[in-house]
Design a protein around this ligand. Structure first.
Ligand code: SF4
Ligand code: SF4
Length: 436
């Protein structure tokens, strides 16, 4: 018996999965560079969110055309890949279509996979047309040039090739066609190869089999470098997404206590803090770089699908401001990747590189253009919160650099001095009632 194909297959499989695991470890290491955040609350609601949003794609169908096609691609791609299990077992054991032993169910399964493959092909072509021919504006914003634009197209080509290979593999499988069960689509492709001898047909079938499985392994490893990481990360991301009402902004305990002291005329500003008080002053207020963000925000950045739904809903973007919440997420991921590479190059230690997320990636103009309306958070189909990053970076600007726009600085000075945003003495705040 010739074991060379089996050994070759095992080597390809180990390399493919090994490199994927290697990159997943890097991904987890990078996400853990973020600050701690306790998300252990309300597990049942979290599971529900994950089931509804990631598995059930509930937010995708708010835009029905794209939503339904996305579900087809998603379901099709996942289910068809059950067939990969058979390919792997065949590859390792040297068998051929080992699952045929399950009887008529096999024909039903492969038949369903073939129909799904065609649906995926159609959906992917429509996606390509929307992106490249119709040119939907959200796919052509300024941040969607070079790699982000190509990445989106590469994955569509990838899916077209993988689905076509699957159908050709079935169509050229002489024994499978002879079984005449489950070949609901491939029976119409088989005649294209009718002029070939049985030997050549076998070579074509083997070639598509090998290219199909190698293509899947390449696809798996491509994910790490692509926006398509969301295929995997949408699940943890929706699980760990915020359960707070939208619009609720997290307060720093230390600052809240300071403000309470300031507003309370009876408080003693020199009193020692109560024992066990939870108001420790943080080492740094807000975020100027990715390590200052929390790990869920960093997970958000890796999960972003770059779909632009947030940007298309953003009032600042719609009115021509420089801000795009999608770009906020893309910049955060790019900077995080840069920090990760720095750590890799310096034996596990981050060496100061003179760069940071603020200014080198995200400008102050972008940050101050945000109206904090939450439309981006509401629109995101995978529970990403670009606003939380914007607010943390603004917090840094205000509290560490006193670098808020003049109007805001005036307002904050007034609050500090007068207990109100207006430039009047507290004693005068009711004067308006006496005005005629
Ligand atoms: S919260 Fe800010 S970034 Fe998000 S949609 Fe509103 S203005 Fe745009
Ligand atoms: S943040 Fe959400 S809505 Fe915005 S581009 Fe990323 S995945 Fe799409």
């Amino acid at each position: 018996m010739n074991y060379i194909p089996n050994i070759l297959f095992a080597i390809v499989l180990v390399i493919g999965i090994g490199y994927f695991v290697f990159n997943v470890k890097k991904l987890i290491r990078n996400i853990k560079l973020g600050q701690d955040l306790d998300v252990s609350d309300n597990k049942s609601q979290r599971w529900k969110n994950m089931a509804m949003i990631a598995l059930g794609q509930s937010k995708m169908v708010r835009r029905p055309v794209a939503g339904i096609m996305h579900i087809i691609v998603y379901v099709g791609f996942i289910i068809i890949n059950i067939e990969v299990l058979e390919i792997i077992i065949d590859g390792v054991l040297g068998t051929h279509r080992i699952f045929t032993g399950i009887g008529s169910l096999y024909g039903f399964l492969i038949g369903s996979f073939e129909v799904l493959a065609v649906l995926v092909l159609i959906a992917v072509m429509v996606f390509w047309i929307r992106r490249n021919i119709i040119k939907l504006s959200r796919f052509w914003k300024s941040e969607m040039t070079s790699w982000p634009k190509n990445d989106a197209n590469y994955i569509l080509y990838f899916e077209m090739v993988l689905m076509s290979l699957f159908l050709i593999m079935n169509a050229t499988d002489f024994h499978f066609q002879e079984m005449n069960t489950g070949n609901v689509i491939s029976q119409f492709i088989a005649p294209w190869f009718s002029g070939l001898s049985e030997g050549i047909l076998h070579i074509v079938e083997r070639a598509t089999w090998w290219i199909h499985i190698i293509g899947i392994l390449i696809f798996l490893n491509y994910l790490y470098f692509s926006k398509h990481l969301h295929i995997l990360l949408a699940f943890p991301n929706t699980f760990y997404g915020s359960l707070k009402p939208k619009g609720e902004i997290n307060n720093l305990k230390a600052v809240t206590n300071e403000v309470k002291l300031m507003m309370d005329p009876d408080a003693d500003p020199f009193a020692a803090p109560a024992e066990g008080a939870d108001d420790e002053v943080p080492a740094k207020f807000g975020a100027s770089d990715v390590q200052d963000l929390n790990w869920v925000q960093l997970l958000n950045s890796y999960t972003c699908t770059e779909c632009g739904r947030c940007t298309s809903e953003c009032p600042a973007n719609q009115t021509g401001k420089k801000l795009s919440p999608r770009k906020i997420m893309m910049d955060t991921r790019d900077r995080l990747e840069e920090v990760g590479k720095n750590i890799d190059a310096n034996k596990g230690e981050f060496k100061e590189d003179g760069k940071q997320l603020l200014d080198d990636y995200i400008t102050r103009e972008e940050l101050w253009a945000c109206t904090s309306c939450n439309a981006c958070v509401e629109a995101c189909p995978v529970s990403i919160n670009p606003l939380s990053i914007i607010l943390d970076m603004r917090r840094y600007l205000v509290m560490e650099q006193s670098a808020a726009p003049t109007e805001l600085n005036n307002m904050m000075t007034n609050i500090e001095n007068n207990g109100a945003p207006w430039p009047y003495n507290q004693m005068d705040r009711l004067n308006w009632k006496d005005e005629s």
